[in-house]
Ligand binder design. Structure first.
Ligand code: ARG
Length: 572
């Protein structure tokens, strides 16, 4: 497809001494169509050229040679140069490309690059809480989008299957195991044991010591401890899998923290050789004061056991060697900002190529705030994710039952709508923002929600169906772009054109909400188009072109939503 931005950058680069690729990065897509299709801000050049931005804009405008194939006109607005691309050409390009490509918007920009995404990562024997839901959903969306852009992506579920808490659990189970039915209700029962043993530890120093010893034994491969640990892991995974099945989550690797237990000695060895691993109050630490981090990174605790950070360091070493990653993303809540700062800093001491340490990135996200009372369970305020997803499906079903009682396959549709609503809500806003979980909002078919995107998609399909059009009857040859000059159609065409660019922006910022916002905009643009333009008009040219545009919107909405992890119902 013609890259208009590139063409504009090329044009400008001929008259100023900055290369086109750099210029291309400056070019913006104006929010308001009154400012053209692309805008070049001259502010950045002001310092270097020692001239006021409007003067620079004027000079560039006078000097550049315009190729009317790519640029229709240029206007100055303050310090900006606003470019207009030829509308009909753009429309032909976009619709032609959508007709041609099964995977419209895909590219091979990521070819040869390896992206490791560490996401979900719940903790064994603990509830799969809502923070992990966010990690799972954000991680899965990034996973799909990177893939779509041609990257080789490795999804890792770095399970919390190791740590001192297992020493406690083992002790608790040893003492009271027969009182709890962990086979039936693993997470709930193990949580109870965990709470109880913690209480006892607070009162009895000897029990605490026994727990610590258990953990050490576990690291050393003691049979009783290992067998129990395996059982806890297995049972927990079975329960987590129910959530993954509902969300459709997949992973390429399930190497959790325990996987690194035999890989930590090497890390400690390397760190020792740097001379930076020092003793502090009985623990082994790396001081990071000089790097501006006030809390040191603990590598070994007083009792000699390793830490969450040590395992992450071992994982970096392993992933660099195994996957030769260009980027390694860690999707967790912002509570772990300090942890990753420390780990990424210490990773620089591991002797790895800079490529790897530069590729490490913490993709953090905000909390989910629950309107109190609404979602608490009998035990307290821990929400079981499986219940949450089930509830969403039930609520979706009630709405559908009310709106469209005669719909076939209500069960399947409610699943797509209910799960889609949760996924979209999670990705709807900039990830660092805290998220408010409000049922009325999430499932509002008219709001900026997942169901709204699905509903709009379904509408495009029913327009086509009512027109009696089968997919293969829809012919790009019948489209007359001249009939799509109205602003409603034009708005859609521009959005469709930007799809690939939007996906690239998602990967640049690791921000799926850029795609969510885009889908909302596209859905809204279609609603306006649909309300303002009659589709089934007499003139076949107009009708065929509008139908094609409708088809194109449906195709991109579906593709985009699927990249976020949602499924599209055919009807709803
Ligand atoms: N299990 C951790 C938690 O629940 C998240 C792990 C994230 N990944 C990592 N490599 N540290 O907080």
């Amino acid at each position: 497809m013609i890259d208009f931005k590139q063409e504009i950058a090329n044009t400008i680069s001929k008259v100023i001494e900055i290369n086109a690729n750099e210029l291309k990065e400056y070019i913006e897509i104006p929010k308001d169509t009154k400012n053209g299709d692309y805008a070049f801000p001259c502010f950045r050049l002001a310092k270097e050229l020692k001239k006021a931005p409007p003067v620079i804009a004027q000079e560039i405008k006078e000097k550049i040679e315009i190729d009317t194939n790519y640029i229709e006109k240029v206007e100055i607005a303050g310090g900006y140069l606003n470019f207009y691309v030829p509308k009909m050409k753009l429309a032909k390009e976009v619709l032609g490309e959508i007709a041609k490509q099964e995977q419209y918007g895909a590219s091979d920009i990521g070819k040869g690059k390896n992206i490791v995404i560490d996401y979900s990562a719940p903790n064994i024997a603990k509830p799969f809480h809502i923070g992990h839901l966010r990690s799972t959903v954000i991680g899965a969306a990034l996973y799909k989008i990177y893939k779509y852009l041609g990257y080789n992506v490795i999804g890792i579920n770095h399970l919390g299957d190791y740590g001192t808490q297992f020493g406690k659990l083992i002790e608790g189970y040893r003492l009271w195991g027969n009182e709890y039915d962990i086979d039936k209700n693993p997470i709930e029962e193990l949580t109870k044991i965990y709470v109880r043993i913690n209480e006892l530890c607070k009162k009895d120093e000897n029990v605490l010591q026994a727990c610590r010893d258990n953990f050490k034994k576990l690291e050393d491969g003691d049979e009783y401890c290992v067998t129990l640990w395996k059982k806890f892991r297995e049972l927990s995974l079975q329960e987590f899998q129910k959530v993954y099945d509902l969300l459709g989550s997949e992973f390429d690797s399930w190497n959790g923290e325990a996987f690194y237990s035999d890989k930590m000695p090497e890390v400690i060895d390397i760190l020792e050789k740097t001379g930076k691993l020092v003793e502090s109050q009985g623990a082994m630490i790396i001081d990071l004061e000089e790097q501006g981090i006030n809390t040191p990174c603990i590598i070994k605790k007083t009792n000699g056991s390793t830490t969450y950070a040590t395992r992450d360091l071992a994982a970096i070493l392993y992933r660099a060697r195994t996957y030769d990653f260009d980027k390694a993303l860690y999707v967790t809540s912002y509570e772990q900002v300090l942890h990753f700062k420390q780990v990424f800093e210490v990773a620089k001491l591991l002797g790895l190529d800079e490529k790897y340490t530069k590729g490490l990135e913490h993709v953090s996200f905000g909390m989910v705030l629950l309107p109190t009372g609404k979602m608490s369970t009998r035990e307290g305020n821990i929400v079981k994710l499986e219940d949450l997803l089930q509830e969403s499906m039930t609520r979706a079903k009630e709405i559908i039952e009310e709106k469209n009682p005669s719909l076939p396959n209500k069960e399947e549709i409610s699943k797509k709508v209910g799960i889609g609503a949760i996924i979209f809500n999670d990705l709807a806003n900039s990830r660092v923002k805290d998220e408010i979980f409000d049922w009325n909002q999430i499932l509002n078919f008219q709001g900026e929600t997942g169901p709204y995107i699905q509903y709009t998609y379904v509408r495009t399909q029913s327009v086509l169906e009512k027109a009696g059009i089968e997919k293969d009857e829809l012919k790009i040859e019948n489209v007359k772009v001249e009939t799509l000059q109205d602003s409603y159609s034009q708005n859609i065409i521009k959005l469709l054109y930007n799809f690939n660019e939007i996906l690239q922006q998602v990967t640049e910022k690791n921000e799926p909400s850029i795609l969510s916002r885009y889908l909302i905009e596209l859905a809204k643009a279609f609603s306006v188009f649909y309300n303002e333009n009659k589709i089934m008009v007499e003139e076949t040219d107009v009708r065929d072109s509008r139908l094609y545009l409708t088809y194109a919107v449906g195709k991109v909405l579906k593709m985009g939503a699927e990249l976020l992890g949602m499924e599209m119902p055919a009807k709803m």
